[in-house]
Design a protein around this ligand. Structure first.
Ligand code: APR
Length: 249
């Protein structure tokens, strides 16, 4: 039985749970896409880790700066805009993302729960002091090169991006807020995620177990067969605008 878009209009509390796929049509590579250039021989999990940073700070900092430069040049796509507009159409919407870009915010979404942190929040790797002013992007960052990380003004330690690295704890209270929303929503839209990385990947299952309906939007959706779990195979930027139209007609 296909998903009934009118569930959107009847929902009291919608959770939208997004992954890298929601930014793919903005030109931002997903984690399942093969890495290129200097990073071709690495798995993202090797680079997105304290061990990877300690092993080669310039390689890892250069990778994040290339991604930051790419995000700065990117624009929110119709999926980001549809999600931002949904917030005004339902009584309550909680947006939970695994993404570290700011495209949801630039599309107008507010109070975004970033489970894996944000690329534009830097702190000192040594003393953990947050950095207020974003360091300017180094020349050639977009092309991709090794870049020595700037130094902390307080202890001269290297800066690191404010993202959650593999093996690190997800930020609180963000994770608790995301789980609470999943357990109390009546509809969860899972958009553009492979569902491979825990504990974030448990969010849709929490909603399903608590009685919500879950809809996956993905070119290659993975569904469990649960009677309240649905999927629309397609690109988020193409599926979401139409869903918004049919959901409130
Ligand atoms: N629209 C919707 N989904 C898409 C699109 C698109 N245009 N293009 C690709 N996808 C889907 C892919 O089919 C895949 O299922 O997006 C998903 C991207 O999966 P990942 O690259 O694994 O990204 P994500 O699920 O967000 O990864 C979770 O893993 O590497 C860590 O911390 C990183 O937050 C990330 C986490």
């Amino acid at each position: 039985m296909p998903f009934d878009p009118l569930l959107l209009a009847h929902a009291r509390h919608v959770v939208v749970f997004t992954g890298a796929g929601v930014s793919a049509e903005s030109g931002i590579a997903t984690f399942r896409d093969k890495l290129t250039g200097l990073w071709e021989r690495f798995d993202p999990a090797q680079l997105a880790s304290a061990e990877g940073f300690a092993a080669d700070q310039a390689l890892v900092w250069g990778w994040y700066e290339m991604r930051r430069a790419g995000i700065a040049q990117a624009n929110p796509n119709p999926a980001h805009h549809a999600i931002a507009s949904l917030a005004a159409r339902v009584p309550k919407l909680t947006l939970v993302t695994q993404n570290v870009d700011d495209l949801h915010e630039r599309a107008g979404s507010q109070d975004v729960l970033h489970l894996h942190g944000r690329l534009d929040a830097f702190r000192c790797y040594r003393c953990a002091r947050p950095v207020e002013a974003l360091p300017p992007l180094a020349d050639g960052a977009l092309e991709g090169r090794r870049i020595e990380p700037p130094r902390c003004a307080h202890c001269a330690g290297p800066l690191r991006p404010g993202v959650v690295w593999f093996g690190e704890q997800l930020p609180e209270p963000v994770l608790s807020q995301a789980c609470e929303a999943a357990e109390h929503c009546d509809l969860l839209l899972s958009v553009g995620t492979s569902g491979l990385v825990q504990p974030a990947a448990s969010i849709p299952r929490l909603a399903l177990a608590a009685g919500a309906t879950v809809l996956h939007i993905n070119p290659q959706p993975q569904v469990s067969g649960h009677r309240r779990e649905f999927a629309i195979a397609g690109k988020a930027g193409e599926v979401l605008p139409g869903l918004m139209t049919r959901g409130f007609e």
